[in-house]
Design a protein around this ligand. Structure first.
Ligand code: ADP
Length: 474
């Protein structure tokens, strides 16, 4: 029997289990985790419902203290838990530890928000009446997360949910459950009351229906098809939903860019974390005057990257997550070649241990109509699209169904400002990689990338609370 979840303060087991395999070394099984059943998920929702009244009426100090203790433990154990993240997600040590530190910072931030949030007092437009606007917890929140940031995404959903008095049922990615179990253990150890935090592990197809029934809100990060399915369920049940999905993020490089800044931005944004970030730069839109020098310099830098076991010292880029992702990327490289792009790199690599290693690939000579430039690949792959001028660059940048992040490399204040104001994305970066964010400001996109209120920072309160407007006669 393997642990399949945490429901109503008890660990639950299952005979049916999946191996959590290290993508850097397929002989390293990080853990074996059971698959919860739909009944387990329903029980988790019931437990979260039963604990809601007490938790939502607990003092804000109690909630703040819990989140602060979780933050402190994450910081104290950042190397150990960071290594776990690196093992199960194939991230370099710096990336794994950085993600744990980020999770700790988020818990710390919402520890403060728990005692800071509030409402408003306004005069009525009518005589003898005052108005008080207060914020209540939304209720039971289902939290469904992907494998690419196995602890940070959980943190940026669980921490605000708890800070504002909600109870949660968490379903981490079945590909990276180990750190999710660890986080729940930490929450339990530091006093999360029974039923306030529940976890069910396993495939979404089995658990999805139970996770969208009898809950008050759903916060999801993952693929567009799953997001759409959840949005339909939420509309049917008229519950609140927040979706963070794909991207096809453009990085524009103008002739007047500082070449080394542009190459750094592209290298980091397109290839670090093996391109498995929803904010990755997957379209490099390059003006013709700088195009050849940019491609040459970027290819040279790509060749100097060390791709290998994520835990080895000196590794810059780890493996992709699993065989099916590797196959999907290989399929897109073939599509790109068939569409007429020149595929530079993209070879399957061997490393010190058996894993899913792929050389970063640049699709030179792409145009924005190609499937490889329109569909999210989610790997270390970027299309290079040559454009004549800034106006064309902006048009190409906006010609996508997505709108999460974007960036521009330029030394022109006018172009930078125009781009910031006119690009259609929820995040935009000037002379910085399209990926790499702070935790105290809103995160989210436009168009097909996101749906519902923003996540993170002070704006998270809008999703995790509902306002009540009280009219008080004097
Ligand atoms: P990814 O390609 O990032 O794995 P998915 O959307 O498949 O994207 O997965 C993101 C999360 O959504 C995972 O936790 C997964 O188990 C879950 N999931 C997948 N299908 C469903 C579903 N039908 N209902 C609910 N959750 C699902």
């Amino acid at each position: 029997m393997d642990t399949a979840g945490f429901v109503d303060g008890e660990w639950i087991d299952s005979n049916d289990a999946l191996d959590d395999v290290n993508p850097s070394d397929t002989s390293d099984v990080v853990g074996r985790f059971g698959c919860a059943t739909a009944d387990d998920a329903r029980n988790a929702v019931v437990a979260a419902r039963q604990s809601l009244a007490a938790w939502s009426q607990s003092t804000t100090q109690a909630r703040s203290d819990l989140l602060a203790r979780v933050s402190a433990e994450l910081i104290a154990r950042k190397e150990e838990i960071g290594e776990l993240v690196s093992r199960e997600a194939g991230k370099t040590r710096a990336e794994g530890m950085g993600e744990v530190v980020r999770a700790a910072q988020i818990f710390q931030f919402f520890s403060g928000e728990a005692v800071r949030y509030g409402g408003e007092n306004l005069p009525s437009v009518r005589p003898g009446i005052g108005i008080q606007i207060s914020r209540d917890a939304v209720g039971v929140v289902s939290i469904i997360t992907p494998w690419n940031f196995p602890v940070a995404i959980l943190a940026w959903k669980i921490a605000p949910a708890l800070a504002f008095g909600n109870t949660v049922v968490v379903k981490p990615s079945e590909h990276t459950p180990a750190v999710a179990f660890e986080l729940v253990r930490i929450l339990q150890r530091h006093g999360a009351p029974r039923g306030v935090v529940n976890l069910v592990n396993g495939p979404g197809a089995v658990l999805g229906d139970a996770l969208t029934t009898d809950v008050d809100a759903i916060s999801f990060t993952g693929s567009v098809p799953t997001g759409r399915r959840l949005a339909r369920a939420a509309a049917e049940r008229m519950i609140r939903i927040q979706l963070e999905m794909g991207g096809k993020n453009p990085l524009v490089v103008l002739d007047d860019a500082d070449l080394s800044v542009a190459v750094d931005c592209a290298l980091n944004g397109s290839f670090f974390s093996a391109g498995q970030r929803c904010t990755a730069s997957s379209r490099l839109i390059v003006q013709k005057g700088i195009h050849d020098a940019f491609v040459k310099a970027l290819l040279a830098r790509m060749k100097s990257m060390r791709i290998g076991n994520a835990l080895d010292k000196g590794t810059d880029i780890g493996p992709v997550i699993n065989q099916s992702q590797l196959d999907k990327i290989a399929g897109y490289l073939k599509i790109a070649a068939d569409e007429g792009a020149s595929v530079e790199g993209g070879r399957r690599l061997e490393a010190s241990t058996p894993g899913f290693y792929l050389e970063p690939a640049l699709l030179v000579g792409s145009h924005n109509g190609m499937r490889s430039a329109r569909e999210e690949i989610f790997g270390p792959v970027a299309s290079v699209i040559e454009v004549a001028n800034y106006d064309e660059a902006l048009d190409v940048a906006n010609d996508t169904e997505f709108g999460l992040s974007s960036g521009i490399c330029t030394t022109s204040l006018r172009s930078a400002n125009h781009f910031r104001l006119n690009v259609r994305s929820g995040l935009t970066m000037i002379n910085l990689p399209t990926a790499g964010l702070d935790y105290h400001v809103p995160f989210g996109g436009t168009k097909g990338s996101s749906y519902g209120p923003r996540e993170q920072g002070g704006y998270a309160v809008d999703f995790y609370t509902t306002t009540k407007t009280a009219y008080v006669g004097y």
